[in-house]
Ligand binder design. Structure first.
Ligand code: AMP
Ligand code: GLY
Length: 416
């Protein structure tokens, strides 16, 4: 059996491992208590020590730091780009320059290290103002505001290093775009691009898209998009991206995740991530199930086949720890989960994916900061999947639980 090592410790990695468990011999490194409780092997060993036939790298940081390069140098097939390809996500300034070279539609922008220059650019811009840290910031480095004062203060906090350290000392200021957001993840084998179904991520902490940005509070898929939409994105976004990557000598084998804003003027690229989205993967992996295995092998080996057709829909609701995303409290007892980390009373079409959980001495689960679990429902329609996800999520309780009630409530609204 193919031994597949999944690198990471969150709900995304749990979802990938769960989808592959019947077709591959799966090990997650390091994994977490909830993944292990679910009967999936977890190991503290480095991926290369686990004799992998395939490695899937979940988070962005190891990609940016060159983990895929070092594994490939040992002859191990990997889903995930090398450090050069990972710059698409690791540096927003690099990304913008790249998109311009590739002629992929994206918001107008400026790149700044100097406070006065940034201030002048802001003064000449129209709201909403968008200020981004250049480097990685766990999904929290972007401010979108209609207040010029707030934008100026944010630029100052970022450039000084106070807000995000080194990652913030260069900022990208962008034209604010308005519309519906969409995550379109595609596998890329260095030449071909195979898109998965579109998902919507809910990034703000509060209902109705209010409050600060988070790592993601829920998602659903598939999104209901006009016929030809995905083909258009492949033609005008993904294909020119791969051409430009190849022109730069980059053999990109991994996930190209396009964060798109669907504006009245058409789609624009907000960002590329170079990995599976979190929480998008908590809906996509259950939808593709074991079929994901062939896709990942094809991606790593430079021989991608077509994606299987999807017949169901999925909705995931994230439950985060008290104070999220500001603070990160740990140690609150989680009610509603059995010894396997799933609902005490199993619900059809529901899986609980673990992120920030840990086990107490008595075997029960408690919170371990940040996003705690992602509760996914699958069913033939988004509405049914939503009902399943929320009915199950309501049963998983802990002190100060932070969650949104409007994930997938309207499939025509902005998400955010
Ligand atoms: P990013 O990490 O670049 O995707 O930005 C995080 C979030 O900020 C996005 O999902 C959007 O909600 C928002 N955002 C980013 N860029 C823009 C923009 N140019 N206009 C409006 N909103 C944006
Ligand atoms: N869902 C947003 C991300 O994975 O970055």
């Amino acid at each position: 059996m193919t031994r597949c090592v999944v690198v990471g410790a969150g709900a995304r990695e749990h979802a990938i491992a769960h989808a592959l468990r019947d077709v591959f011999d799966v090990v997650v490194t390091p994994g977490n208590a909830g993944i292990a409780a679910h009967g999936i092997a977890c190991s503290e060993e480095k991926p290369e020590q686990l004799q992998p036939d395939l490695v899937v790298i979940g988070p962005e940081a190891p990609l940016v730091n060159g983990l895929a390069d070092s594994l490939r140098a040992r002859g191990i097939p990997v889903v995930g780009p090398g450090s050069q390809g990972a710059r698409l996500e690791g540096s927003k300034a690099y990304l913008k320059e790249f998109l311009q070279a590739a002629e992929v539609p994206t918001a107008a922008y400026g790149i700044f290290t100097d406070l006065d220059e940034a201030g002048r650019y802001l003064a000449d811009s129209r709201p909403p103002f968008v200020v981004k840290t250049d480097g990685l910031a766990a999904g929290k480095g972007v401010l979108v505001t209609t207040s010029l004062d707030e934008a100026r203060a944010d630029v100052a906090a970022k450039l000084s290093g106070d807000a995000f350290g080194e990652a913030g000392t260069t900022v990208v200021i962008e034209e604010g775009l308005e519309g519906v957001e969409c995550s379109l993840l595609a596998l890329c084998d260095g030449e071909k691009v195979v898109p998965l179904v579109a998902a919507q991520d809910f990034k703000r902490v509060g209902d109705g898209g209010t409050g600060p940005n988070t790592g993601g509070m829920g998602a659903y898929a598939p999104m209901d998009l006009p016929a030809g939409f995905v083909d258009d994105i492949v033609e005008r976004f993904f294909n020119p991206t791969v051409t430009e990557l190849r022109r730069r000598g980059i053999d990109f084998r991994g996930v190209l995740y396009a964060g798109l804003m669907l504006t009245e003027r058409g789609p624009y690229l907000l960002e590329y991530n170079v990995r599976f989205g979190d929480p998008e993967t908590e809906v996509l992996a259950p939808l593709y199930g074991p079929g994901l295995g062939e896709l990942l092998l094809g991606c790593a080996h430079g021989a991608l086949g077509p994606a299987p057709a999807i017949t169901n829909a999925a909705v995931t609701v994230v439950l985060a720890s008290s104070g999220y995303p500001g603070g990160s409290r740990s140690g609150d007892l989680i009610e509603g989960l059995g010894p396997d980390g799933q609902l005490i009373e199993p619900h059809e079409g529901v899986t609980v994916f673990h992120a920030g959980t840990r086990r107490r001495a008595d075997g029960r689960f408690e919170t371990n900061g940040g996003r705690v679990v992602a509760v996914t429902g699958t069913a033939p329609t988004v509405a049914q999947a939503r009902e399943r996800a929320y009915r199950a999520a309501a049963l998983v309780t802990f002190e100060g639980r932070v969650w949104r009630r409007d994930i997938a409530a309207s499939t025509t609204q902005g998400g955010s």
